[in-house]
Design a protein around this ligand. Structure first.
Ligand code: SAM
Ligand code: SF4
Length: 337
């Protein structure tokens, strides 16, 4: 057991001595977009009756913070498409032990929700954006309108979040010619940007992931041809490696599951929308917390114990391999990326 920065006891340590202080919660596997690296064209979604209720999500979040988790990210699917989801932010935003309540979103609903999220206690927000060209946006998302996400970014800026970050998945010959534009778009607005290497989760039926792969180092080299970048020692306690431009205070980050494996420092677990606690993004080890929550509506002790026990099956790391068929059949939208 360790004492966390917020003064609570962290009771979540795995077999490899890693302290788990970060929970990502998927509140839905549904989405208004169908990004080609995330989903297949014809997705089967979890029937709504099988989802955790919003009250159950908040209860599980509370127990995690009592066990020492101090950061929770709400994600999906597209979290802002879940009806009344703002209530989860309001409940979690009140928790004493929680230092950081954040959100990952595709931005399409942010013009409606940005202020309410800010009022509920969300200080930082990640918005996904892979291209600045409308036609390409429709191709990558299979359905979307770029204008909705850009309006969402404007709304987030107006709402005054402490930190906004853009996440971009770069695919060779699809959007790799826009790396510089994406950096300049973000940095001209004082927004950080992170580039994520595509992960082989689920069968997507769109492109060959090995053929579309472009490493973080190659992206870094492309940016360095235009802008001087210096590595920073800053860490957000996650897998991102950060660089700073010499002429701009915003940062460029890289999340590189293939080229710079980050598993040794893993501090996180994920809760799927139907209540499965996933111990690793790239492995199937999991525990059904929905069953425990529903069997014990008025007693938190069994849930607390189930979470502590789950740490013993957290695997050492992922075995992502782009050259074979995906071993993990669940898509990113049901994983809670
Ligand atoms: N819908 C929200 C969004 O797009 O930001 C939240 C969920 S989405 C699954 C979270 C992040 O995962 C997004 O930044 C998305 O680009 C990224 N993502 C989805 N599929 C991925 C994959 N196969 N490999 C790497 N990143 C992926
Ligand atoms: Fe939806 Fe996000 Fe997946 Fe795109 S990456 S399909 S926006 S969940």
């Amino acid at each position: 057991m360790t004492i966390t920065e917020t003064g609570t006891c962290n009771q979540l340590t795995d077999r490899f001595g890693r302290h788990i202080n970060y929970l990502r919660i998927s509140v839905t596997d549904r989405c208004d977009l169908r990004c080609v690296y995330c989903m297949s064209e014809d997705m089967q979604f979890v029937p709504r009756a099988q989802l955790l209720t919003l009250e159950e999500v908040s209860r599980i979040g509370r127990i995690f913070t009592e066990l020492g988790v101090h950061k929770i990210r709400i994600t999906g699917g597209e979290p802002l498409t879940r009806r009344n989801v703002i209530e989860v932010f309001r409940q979690l935003g009140k928790l004493d032990g929680l230092k950081d309540l954040t959100l990952t979103t595709n931005g399409t609903q942010l013009d409606r929700f940005a202020s309410e999220l800010r009022d509920a206690g969300v200080k930082r927000i990640n918005i996904s954006l892979d291209t600045l060209q409308q036609e390409r946006f429709s191709k990558i998302t299979r359905t979307g309108r770029l204008q909705r996400t850009l309006a969402g970014i404007d709304a987030a800026l107006a709402a005054g979040f402490e930190k906004i970050k853009i996440n971009s998945v770069i695919l060779r010959n699809r959007n790799h010619d826009e790396i510089i534009e994406l950096v300049e778009f973000a940095h001209s607005r004082g927004i950080d940007i992170s580039f994520i290497e595509e992960m082989p989760l689920g069968i997507i039926g769109d492109h060959d992931r090995a053929e579309a792969y472009i490493s973080s180092d190659e992206i870094l080299d492309i940016i360095k041809q235009r802008h001087e970048l210096l590595p920073t020692t800053e860490s957000t306690g996650g897998p991102s490696r950060y660089y700073r431009r010499t002429d701009n205070s915003a940062r460029v980050g890289f999340i590189s599951p293939h080229s710079h494996n980050f598993c040794d420092d893993c501090n996180r677990v994920r809760l799927t929308a139907e209540g499965r606690l996933l111990l690793c993004l790239g492995q199937e080890h999991s525990v059904d917390l929905r069953r425990v929550v529903r069997a014990n509506p008025a007693d938190d002790a069994p849930l607390r114990q189930a979470i502590i026990d789950a740490m013993t099956i957290k695997p050492r790391g992922h075995d992502f391999d782009l050259t074979s068929q995906p071993v993990i059949l669940r898509h990113m939208n049901s994983t809670g990326g």
